[in-house]
Design a protein around this ligand. Structure first.
Ligand code: ADQ
Length: 740
């Protein structure tokens, strides 16, 4: 790997504790630490995170303890840990991402403030380490704001973000009061990774619903900046697990565990002691199984190994007593003085002991209510070098998308869960082997090193951040524009001057835009025209008071200057409007998120907030319904950005250009637009005009800027420069461009 990697996660791979005789260093437990250690160990990376200490320890002492691990500490106070970590991360985001809505505490103002402040602190720490060429890889829901905050501090950085937990369906995610900020934070990254394609899709869909962003292929475009969204399923170091399972020590210990079980089947579960992991449902299902098959009470031995976690969060304390009570009830009902059926072990174990438990377990119960991936399932499979044992796996763990041969089950369905346990207990050896051989193949094929390499490769290939950096050719063209004695600006509105928002109704001009347009209109020798698909009423409401030329409904209506009356270029309403409106309305009524905009001479079907697959189906339906009439008749159907427009044939934005030129003979023209409807405008421009496409995608315009921010920056330069301040260099004048 050539670039240096800056790993950023809430916890460092090692946890420091202050004790007698100084600091103690321990390896951190959990899926994220386990996975990233292999990446960190193998490369010249730095790991930025919280070392787990809240007591006062001198900076130098902490740095010395962390230096051998190439770890850079982000200090947190006890109050911050309470508000940021316990409060917002684990009181809001964690249960929300796991669909446990009764545990989500949404009204958390102070906790949110702490979350933001801590994310800022992490971003500062990254910026202090970052050198050009370094890759920044931010991990998990604790640090969702960090990608955007790092981009502000290091605009040229390549930033990746990986979410280790599920991204919930947008209907669930949208209840989060800070949803827009969280999405915007993540979107600061160039590549956003998830464990499954379905989480990636949910994220993209939430971005479209909440922010009005578009997904094309696997790329979301945010203000012209591409953000790649993809599935990168995490794996484990399967060879290492297999090798450990083969050592004499582990074999002997596994044998001892089997002997301890006295011929009974060992049912094992290993998880952090977290309410998402499904301990309660698992015990309830076990109880049900024992009620249905009482003979099993002497044939089973159940071990639940549970690493304590997040004990400061209230929901976890209640959970512990529920689990303890349930296990007690089962033991009281089905155990005997000589046999304790369920053993609850609240602790972490050493790797060899874990391997031996995996190797000895006849049935592995991995039944979380929701889990991003779940590494334990994969670790169990990799440890079964004897090809025996049965994995019972929740459908709601990300691992279920890969481990098809497991006994998959809905953990909320207690009958089904009891049934799955029963099937696993009875599974004949040949069937176990058939499944385990296939599972081992899958787990060995998708290792943790490949996961990290795949993500880093995607990050390295992501396009350079070009925000706000116009090309040299555009710089030269702008020299001509700003020096021109007479200038005509022709500007599209949505997607050019303002960002797309979920509904066209909310995309109103902000104060900064109104000021910019006012300054441009007051610039000597300059006339400014807004040419938009919007109705003349909207344009009048937005800009009626400004000295602008306004052109609505793609040039059907024009008000060339503030004093002029609106006039139309073709008769309104056209005869086809009502029947076409009825067709579109019928479809819009059946399409969540769709919105009909009826104008005087046409109608637009907006589907910005519609679920993408549904939108695709509805568009096919509309095209089929309108196609015949469109070909024969007086209207045409045009697809813009998340909108289908039906409008009079021959009326397009290009129609306004001849009149603008006639009113300002010899003027230089600067035109900006982002949409397919702006292509007609660009095509009608005279030679020498400067046409600028805003955003990605194809265009006949010769120049391009990345998005709305860059488009506004360009216009601001025009406003800031009058002819007197700036004379173009002679070579720039010679390179007089024409729209291509
Ligand atoms: P976790 O919720 O921590 O991870 P998981 O993926 O199962 O869940 O990883 C747990 C890790 O801790 C495993 O490596 C396991 O061996 C270890 N572990 C658990 N109990 C232990 C014990 N008692 N003693 C020793 N070790 C123990 C989060 C997400 C997951 C996602 C990972 C990685 O919640 O869905 O798979 O990150 O992305």
């Amino acid at each position: 790997m050539q670039s240096r990697l800056l790993l950023v996660s809430n916890r460092l791979p090692v946890t420091l504790t202050a004790g007698e005789g100084g600091l103690h260093v321990q390896q951190s437990v959990g899926g994220l630490a386990t996975a990233l250690l292999s990446v960190h160990g193998a490369s010249e990376s730095r790991w930025i995170g919280w070392p787990g200490l809240v007591t006062d320890v001198s900076g130098a002492e902490v740095l010395a303890a962390l230096a051998p691990h190439r770890a850079v500490p982000v200090p947190l106070s006890a109050a911050e840990v309470k508000a940021y970590y316990d409060g917002y991360c684990n009181g809001v985001l964690w249960p929300l991402c796991h669909y446990l809505l009764d545990k989500v505490r949404l009204d958390q103002r102070d906790e949110w403030a702490a979350y933001r402040a801590v994310n800022e602190r992490f971003a500062d720490a990254v910026a202090a380490q970052w050198k050009p060429g370094d890759l920044v890889w931010v991990h998990d829901y604790h640090l969702a704001l960090v990608p955007a905050l790092v981009r502000q501090r290091c605009p040229g950085a390549r930033i990746g973000f990986f979410l280790h937990v599920p991204f919930p369906g947008p209907e669930v995610f949208r209840i989060l009061p800070r949803r827009a900020e969280v999405l915007r934070g993540i979107l600061g990254a160039d590549v956003v990774g998830f464990h499954t394609a379905s989480y990636a899709y949910s994220f993209a869909y939430a971005c479209s619903q909440v922010l009005g962003l578009e997904l094309s292929g696997d790329v979301l475009t945010d203000d012209g900046r591409p953000v790649r969204v993809g599935a990168f399923p995490i794996g484990i170091d399967a060879d290492a697990f297999a090798a450990r399972a083969a050592t004499p020590e582990v074999r002997a210990r596994a044998e001892a565990l089997r002997l301890d079980s006295q011929g009974r089947k060992l049912l094992l579960s290993v998880d952090r002691f977290d309410y998402t992991k499904g301990h309660v449902h698992r015990l309830l299902a076990l109880e049900r199984l024992l009620q249905l098959r009482p003979e099993l009470k002497d044939q089973l031995h159940v071990i639940q190994l549970m690493v304590p976690t997040r004990e400061q969060v209230d929901a976890y304390a209640d959970y512990r007593s529920t689990v303890n009570e349930l296990a007690g009830r089962i033991n009281g009902t089905f155990g005997s003085p000589t046999h304790t059926l369920v053993h609850l072990l609240h602790r972490s174990v050493e790797p060899d002991e874990l391997s031996a438990l995996y190797a000895a377990a006849d049935v592995m119960l991995v039944t979380p209510l929701r889990d991003g991936m779940n590494l334990v399932a994969k670790e169990y499979v990799a440890s079964r070098i004897d090809d025996a044992g049965v994995l019972v796996l929740s459908e709601f763990a990300g691992a279920a998308t890969e481990l098809h041969e497991a006994v998959q089950v809905n953990p909320y369905d207690l009958d089904a869960l009891a049934g799955a346990m029963s099937r696993a207990i009875d599974m004949p050896v040949f069937e176990q082997r058939l499944a385990m051989v296939a599972l081992r193949k899958t787990v060995h094929a998708g290792g943790v090193a490949g996961w990290a390499a795949g993500f880093i490769e995607a990050l390295e290939q992501s396009p350079e951040a070009t925000q706000g950096a116009p090309s040299i050719a555009l710089e030269q063209a702008m020299a001509i524009v700003t020096a021109a004695p007479r200038l005509v600006l022709v500007l599209d509105y949505d997607g050019t001057l303002v960002e797309f928002s979920p509904s066209p109704r909310t995309a109103t001009p902000d104060k900064a835009l109104l000021e910019l347009l006012t300054r441009l209109s007051q610039r000597p020798g300059t006339s400014v025209h807004v040419v938009s698909g919007r109705s003349r009423e909207s344009l009048e409401a937005f800009f009626g008071e400004l000295e602008l030329g306004l052109h609505g409904e793609h040039g059907l209506w024009s008000r060339p200057d503030r004093k002029a009356e609106w006039r139309s270029r073709s008769p309104v309403p056209p005869t086809w409007l009502e029947p076409v409106r009825r067709i579109l309305e019928r479809v819009a009524r059946r399409t969540d998120g769709a919105l009909l905009e009826v104008k005087s001479g046409g109608v637009a079907f907006h589907y910005r907030a519609t679920e993408p697959q549904l939108a695709r189906r509805r568009l096919e339906e509309l095209r089929a319904a309108l196609e015949g009439d469109a070909q024969a008749g007086e209207f045409e159907v045009l697809e813009g950005r998340r909108v289908l427009e039906v409008r009079p044939r021959g009326v397009n934005k290009g129609a306004v250009v001849p009149e603008l030129l006639a009113s300002a003979p010899g003027a230089t023209v600067l035109a900006l637009g982002d949409d397919r409807t702006d292509e007609a405008l660009f095509a009608a421009l005279p030679p020498g005009a400067v046409a600028v496409h805003v955003g990605s995608g194809q265009s006949i315009a010769r120049y391009r800027v990345s998005g709305v921010t860059a488009a506004r920056a360009l216009l601001k330069r025009v406003a800031d420069t009058s002819r007197a301040d700036r004379t173009p260099p002679p070579e720039a004048l010679q390179a007089s461009p024409s729209p291509g």
